[in-house]
Design a protein around this ligand. Structure first.
Ligand SMILES: N[C@@H](CCC(=O)N[C@@H](CS)C(=O)NCC(=O)O)C(=O)O
Length: 334
C-alpha cells in the first residue's frame, strides 16, 4: 500500500499521527468530464466526447467507490460501450496490481481478477504514470481511462456515475435518470449526510488509530443508520418509490457492512441484518436486475482482511457470515 511522489512509487500507509489518529481521505485529483459533444464539463479540460468504445474503467470489485461505477455501467446499459479491467483484490506493497506476468510474489490471483488488456502493465500506479509521469498522490480505483487521448478522464467515482447517468444517453438510447432535476436537491442533501457518516464513516472508524478518533466516527455512523432506518419505515427507497443515485451510493457500503466492516473496521454496535428496514431495503436493491452480478464477496473479504496488515496482521480471512441476500424483502407494498 503506498502512493506516488513525483512519479516514484513509495510504499507507505495512511498518515494519521498528525491528525490525532484520524483518517483523512485525499481528494481525487483527476476531474475531467465526458460530455455529449466534448465541451468542457464542471471541471478539468474539454475534449472528452461521449463515444462508444473510447473509454475504459479500471476497478476493484472490493472497492465501494468503484462498485458505484460498475452499477451505473450496468443500469445505463453501457457494458457494450465501456470496457472494464478488474484488479487483484490484494492491495499490498505495490498497491493495486493486475494478474500480470511480472506480479510480485505476494500477489494471489483470485478468480475474477484480470490482466491489463490495454497496456499489459503489472501495477495500477503504472497506469497513473502513463497519464501523468510526475503524478503525486494516492493511486486509487476507480479510474476512467480515455483510449483516444491516452489519459485519465477521472478518478472520482461520484463524478463518473453522474457522467454515466446521462452523457451516453444518445449512444445507448437508455434515458433512465437516477439524478432527476426535481429530486437533485434532496439527493444532494442525502449524499451530504451519507458520505461523511456512512460511506466514509466506516473508513474513519476502521482506519482510526486512537480510541477517540474511532469513537468520533463510529457514533455518528450508527446515529445516521438509525435515521435512515426511520426514513425507510414508510418509504421503499430513500426518496420514495423511485431508486435514485442516493440509494446506489448507500448500497455499496451496506452490502460490505456485515461481511467486513462489522468485524474488520469495528463498526459493531449493530449489524445491518439487525435493522428490519435497512436489511429489507438492502435485499431489495441487491435483487434489482444485474445488481447481484456486480457484487463479489470473495474479492470484498479478501481485499480488506488480507490487505490491511496493520489491522489484521495474520491476514486470516473469515469464512462468514452466512447471509441470504436473495430471501424475500417484503418491501413492494410500501
Ligand atoms: N474519491 C475516490 C476514492 C476512491 C478510493 O479511495 N479507492 C480506494 C479503494 S476502496 C483506493 O483505491 N485506495 C488506495 C489508496 O488509498 O492508496 C472515489 O470515490 O473515486
Amino acid at each position: 500500500m503506498g502512493l506516488l511522489q513525483n512519479g516514484q512509487w513509495v510504499d507507505q500507509w495512511y498518515a494519521t499521527k498528525e491528525n490525532g489518529g484520524k483518517f483523512q481521505r485525499e481528494d481525487a485529483q483527476l476531474r475531467n468530464w465526458i460530455t455529449p459533444d466534448g465541451s468542457a464539463g464542471l471541471s478539468g479540460s474539454a475534449g472528452f466526447k461521449a463515444e462508444s468504445g473510447r473509454y475504459h474503467l479500471y476497478v476493484s470489485l472490493a472497492c465501494p467507490w468503484a462498485h458505484r461505477t460498475l452499477i451505473f455501467r450496468q443500469l445505463k446499459q453501457l457494458t457494450a460501450h465501456i470496457g472494464v479491467t478488474v484488479v487483484e483484490p490484494h492491495m499490498l506493497a505495490n498497491g493495486w496490481e493486475f494478474k500480470g506476468p511480472n506480479q510480485s510474489t505476494d500477489a494471489h490471483a483470485i478468480d475474477g481478477a484480470q490482466v491489463d488488456e490495454l497496456f499489459n502493465k503489472d501495477f495500477m500506479y503504472q497506469i497513473y504514470l502513463q497519464a501523468k509521469p510526475d503524478y503525486s498522490g494516492r493511486v486509487t480505483v476507480p479510474v476512467l481511462w480515455d483510449k483516444q487521448q491516452n489519459t485519465i478522464v477521472s478518478n472520482e467515482s461520484s463524478e463518473i456515475i453522474r457522467m454515466f447517468n446521462s452523457v451516453f444517453n444518445k449512444v445507448t438510447g437508455n434515458t433512465e435518470d437516477y439524478y432527476p432535476l426535481e429530486l437533485q436537491s434532496e439527493i444532494d442533501s442525502l449524499n451530504e449526510l451519507i458520505y461523511p457518516n456512512i460511506n466514509n464513516g466506516v473508513y474513519r472508524s476502521g482506519f482510526a488509530t486512537t480510541q477517540k478518533a474511532y469513537e468520533e466516527a463510529v457514533m455518528p455512523l450508527f446515529d445516521t443508520l438509525d435515521t435512515l432506518e426511520a426514513i425507510l419505515a414508510n418509504k421503499r427507497y430513500l426518496l420514495g418509490n423511485q431508486i435514485t443515485e442516493a440509494d446506489w451510493r448507500l448500497f455499496t457500503t451496506l452490502i460490505r457492512f456485515d461481511c467486513v466492516y462489522v468485524g474488520h473496521f469495528k463498526t459493531n454496535l449493530r449489524t445491518i441484518e439487525s435493522y428490519p428496514n435497512l436489511s429489507g431495503y438492502l435485499r431489495d436493491l441487491y435483487q434489482q436486475p444485474w445488481i447481484a452480478d456486480t457484487v463479489n464477496f470473495e474479492h470484498i473479504k479478501q481485499h480488506y482482511y488480507f490487505s490491511h496488515q496493520h489491522i489484521n496482521p495474520t491476514q486470516v480471512v473469515p469464512e462468514g457470515p452466512i447471509i441470504d441476500y436473495m430471501r424475500p424483502h417484503n418491501r413492494s407494498e410500501l
